[in-house]
Design a protein around this ligand. Structure first.
Ligand SMILES: [Zn+2]
Length: 441
């Protein structure tokens, strides 16, 4: 039987030394701690092995904008214009290339599952490709090649704003109506390492009746359902003016809220929204590095958890791909806003980056190291300059507050090692990322 030997491993109960992990197919068959001398044929994982990290919200193509939209004045809305320019320029082949590079970078950061919130569907001007899922399939192929799991959250996107037709780049996003969206998405299939979920882009882009159709589609298939929610105050204002309700209330009335629902951002919420999301046991996916970059604001993470929501984390615009940075930002941003330290326990932030993220992407069997779970193992170098001297017996605070993606040395996804000693075993990630600049419009 295939096996890995972990010098140290972080289990639910704490750190185990000399942990032998036996693998059956993609899953952990058994755990045996205290083995000092592993058999020679067993793959050794040095450092501290932690569960696979989940990136619950990504738009892979936006990786191209890294370092190119961060300077100068503006707002979310001016950034969006730059993003639309890019979205209008990319071919399906380009999208596949940038997804492969971005997912490769995620693999190197210890991300074993990505939730790709996918809305770039059609050709320029909204013309249909022979296969209208060509770009979605390119994303799935990219994840496979990068060796990570993907939940393709195919987003319904119909309007350019409430009561406004899609125009310009947005025409590439729109299927016209929710029935056409469902017809197209029905052609997509999950498989090993691949699940298909649904997304309502936002209340800006999807009217309540169509939102309800997308929610019904996901309910029928018990598939994850994600939506951008209240990222900007202007979205709330337009929604209140058009419907007399907040975006969360509109989505609740459309039947979207529930345990399979994930509100992405959830930044500018009314108290009633916090209660609604909590009562529904929804997940709220915060994307702090992007929210900072786009001057979105700081979501009410503590109040959401108190109300009953689970937190997950996403790299969203991929201007930064570092799950440790996203995790600590939830707490550190809240410290700046509140003047209070210690609102979130490190273990809770770690769970957001691992088990919670996987669960909201439809992989409840991942994100922990235990028999029966998918065998995702991420070896972190605890002797790096960042982590040397941190507490080895109780390492979570050190990981959350000091680790970086660069500390990830080995990554195993579903029992298959894809990263060894900081290098991807299948693709030349730095080279792929370097080559992306040629795709910029
Ligand atoms: Zn997003």
């Amino acid at each position: 039987m295939k096996a890995f030997w972990c010098e140290r491993a972080l289990l639910d109960g704490g750190v185990e030394r000399g942990l032998l992990v036996e693998v059956d197919g993609e899953r952990i068959a058994s755990l045996e701690p205290g083995s000092d001398s592993p058999p020679p044929e067993v793959t050794r994982l040095k450092g501290l092995v932690i569960p696979g990290l989940a990136n619950a919200h990504s738009h892979a193509f936006q990786r191209l904008l890294r370092g190119r939209t961060q300077s100068g004045e503006g707002s979310f809305w001016t950034w969006r214009e730059r993003m639309y320019e890019l979205a209008d320029a990319l071919s399906p082949e380009d999208c596949g290339k940038v997804a492969l590079a971005a997912f490769g970078e995620m693999a190197l950061a210890g991300i074993t599952t990505v939730g790709e919130f996918h809305y770039l569907h059609h050709d320029r001007g909204g013309a249909r490709y022979a296969d209208p899922n060509e770009i979605g399939r390119a994303g799935i192929a990219a994840a496979r090649e990068a060796g990570i799991r993907i939940t393709l959250l195919d987003a319904c996107y119909l309007h350019g704003g409430i009561g406004v037709d899609a125009e310009g780049a947005q025409r590439r996003f729109s299927d016209g109506d929710a029935e056409a969206w469902a017809e197209r998405v029905n052609e997509l299939e999950g498989g090993p390492g691949v699940r298909i979920g649904a997304a309502i882009h936002s209340v800006r882009a999807v009217d309540p009746e169509s939102a309800s159709a997308v929610a019904a589609w996901s309910a029928e298939r018990e598939a994850p359902l994600h939506a951008h929610v209240s990222e900007q105050p202007a979205e709330n204002e337009a929604c209140l003016e058009a419907y007399g309700r907040t975006p969360t209330a509109v989505l609740a009335d459309a039947g979207a809220l529930g345990e399979r629902f994930t509100a992405v951002h959830a930044t500018h919420l009314a108290d009633s929204d916090v209660s609604r999301l909590g009562n529904a046991n929804a997940t709220c996916c915060l994307c702090p590095t992007t929210e900072r970059d786009l001057a979105d604001g700081i979501g009410p993470a503590r109040r959401l958890v108190d109300a009953g929501s689970r937190l997950a984390l996403g790299s969203d615009s991929n201007a930064v791909i570092d799950p440790f940075e996203e995790a600590r930002a939830v707490e550190l941003d809240e410290r700046l806003a509140s003047g209070v330290r210690g609102t979130h326990a490190p273990a809770d932030l770690f769970r957001a980056a691992t088990a919670n993220g996987h669960a909201c992407l439809g992989w409840p069997e991942a994100g922990r190291i235990e028999p029966g779970a998918l065998c995702d193992l991420v070896a972190v170098d605890i002797e790096s300059v960042r982590l040397a001297g941190t507490d080895r017996e109780d390492p979570i605070a050190g990981l959350v507050f000091a680790a970086s993606a660069a500390d990830v040395r080995d990554v195993v996804v579903g029992g298959r090692r894809i990263v060894h000693d900081g290098e991807h075993l299948g693709i030349d990630v730095p080279r792929l990322l370097q080559d992306l600049s040629g795709l910029l419009p």
